[in-house]
Ligand binder design. Structure first.
Ligand SMILES: [Zn+2]
Length: 232
């Protein structure tokens, strides 16, 4: 329900203003969702889901045992991916998140290493931030993914148990300390023996995803993979 607040505002705004592409700002055609056709063509795809040495995999190697890891797009400062994710996170533009999730899923589900995932889980947002923003951007990506990929969504999923202050300008060590032990699983039983895909919008140092994966790995028989919309 919380997610509706942001998207409802966006829908209302669309009555008075043309809907615009979250990447280039051009007015969208009627059937385009979130991103215009030209920008969809130009998305900086990494095409590395099948490579066991892709750069996201290297971020986590030696830190946490993952089944597979990958990012879909290359994030660059002031680039189109940054614009799209900014719209998703700070402007209530859930349409772009659903569209990105859907297109990311189409490529991930076709890859050998993500093909047998059965449960999908977004990295949770802290309650306080969820209240401010009205929705979790990673959940919006997951909702888009589930439009094309028949994955089970874990009921309650991961809970963030410690409030983490804004992390953007901190170094990797400080961020790790800051988010350490910040997650726990509400119902570990429902993930027993599952291959779980953890989803986030951007992976930079990987500290948050690492912390989530470590919480999940307490479940017997679980395998954990990580998928990010973009890699910085
Ligand atoms: Zn565009």
């Amino acid at each position: 329900m919380a997610r509706l607040d942001g998207s409802l505002l966006y829908d209302l705004a669309g009555i008075f203003m043309p809907r615009r592409c979250a990447a280039c700002g051009q007015a969208l055609m009627r059937l385009e969702q979130g991103i215009c056709g030209d920008c969809v063509e130009d998305l900086p795809r990494l095409r590395a889901f099948d490579h066991p040495d892709n750069k996201v995999e290297l971020i986590f190697r030696g830190r946490v045992p993952l089944q597979a890891a990958g990012a879909w797009l290359q994030f660059t400062k002031d680039g189109m991916v940054q614009h799209m994710l900014h719209h998703l996170k700070y402007r209530g533009d859930t349409a772009v998140g659903l569209e990105l999730g859907k297109r990311m899923a189409e490529e991930a589900m076709a890859s050998r290493r993500f093909g047998d995932v059965d449960v999908v889980l977004p990295v949770p947002l802290h309650r306080r931030k969820l209240k401010q923003r009205g929705y979790n951007q990673a959940q919006v990506l997951v909702d888009g993914m589930c439009q094309v990929w028949p994955l089970r969504q874990a009921g309650t999923g991961l809970l963030r148990v410690v409030h983490t202050s804004t992390q953007t300008r901190r170094g990797r060590l400080a961020r790790w300390g800051n988010v350490k032990e910040a997650f726990q699983l509400a119902d570990p039983g429902e993930l027993r023996n599952a291959h779980v895909l953890l989803v986030d919008d951007v992976v930079t140092t990987g500290a948050t995803l690492e912390s989530c994966a470590k919480a999940l790995l307490h479940v017997p028989g679980i395998r954990v993979s990580v998928l990010a919309c973009a890699c910085a």
